[in-house]
Design a protein around this ligand. Structure first.
Ligand code: FMN
Length: 196
């Protein structure tokens, strides 16, 4: 029997939108190189303004020195569970773009990189992996530690891996290990001008 889920769609959608959710419980199992390639390949095909593809991803596989380096950039409340991920990923965006031969500020680097992250997350889900994005990282420290140039924004860290037993999570996270719900679309979709 499928585990209980509070998620119900109000209108027909692909089941993947409901069955993907961000667990904190990881097994610690490594992510294969072949699956990593597929997951980043999905990110590659995201749409972007002027097809500029401003996303960049750094990754570290569990059991490598880079994994420890990436883990140290997370805030302690994220380190507590992300240490059992199979890989840690950093999503970056290039804040500039080439517009008719001129390098200008990109108005959409974050939007575009968000699309790439969602492609990545859905492809990972399709391959049987779990992902959880994290804004809780030490931004200044991480930029220095990972040698990220100033014209790249650090958008998020992402934990990737096979789901693991909830009982292995720190106690305070166990009760929160359930799929989230959403506000109805009527609260964020409006026909015509912004509602007064
Ligand atoms: C940009 C971003 C930052 C997030 N930061 C954190 C974080 O620091 N720690 C954490 O546990 N979850 C974090 N999350 C996970 C969200 O809380 C989660 O995606 C949201 O509650 C919706 O749940 P779902 O992904 O299971 O549908 C983040 C998600 C995103 C997209």
């Amino acid at each position: 029997m499928a585990p209980y889920s509070p998620r119900q769609a109000d209108y027909p959608i692909d089941e993947a939108f409901l069955s993907r959710w961000s667990r904190r419980s990881f097994s610690g199992e490594a992510v294969s190189d072949a699956d990593l390639k597929s997951i980043f390949e999905a990110a590659r095909w995201a749409p972007s303004s002027m097809n500029a593809q401003p996303w960049r991803f750094l990754f570290a596989k569990a059991g490598t020195p880079n994994f420890d380096l990436f883990l140290q950039q997370l805030m302690p409340f994220n380190q507590a569970w992300a240490k059992k991920a199979g890989a840690l990923i950093v999503a970056l965006s290039y804040v500039k773009m080439d517009y008719q031969g001129q390098i200008v500020a990109s108005p959409s680097h974050a939007f575009d990189t968000g699309a790439a992250w969602q492609n990545l997350a859905l492809q990972a889900h399709k391959l049987g992996y779990n992902t959880r994005a994290m804004g809780g990282f030490l931004r200044d420290q991480a930029r220095v530690a990972l040698e990220v140039p100033q014209d790249y924004d650090m958008q998020a860290f992402i934990a990737l891996g096979k789901a693991g037993p909830v009982a292995d999570l720190p106690a305070d996270f166990q009760a929160r290990e359930v799929p989230t719900t959403r506000k109805p679309a009527s609260e964020f979709v409006f026909e015509g001008k912004f509602p007064g």
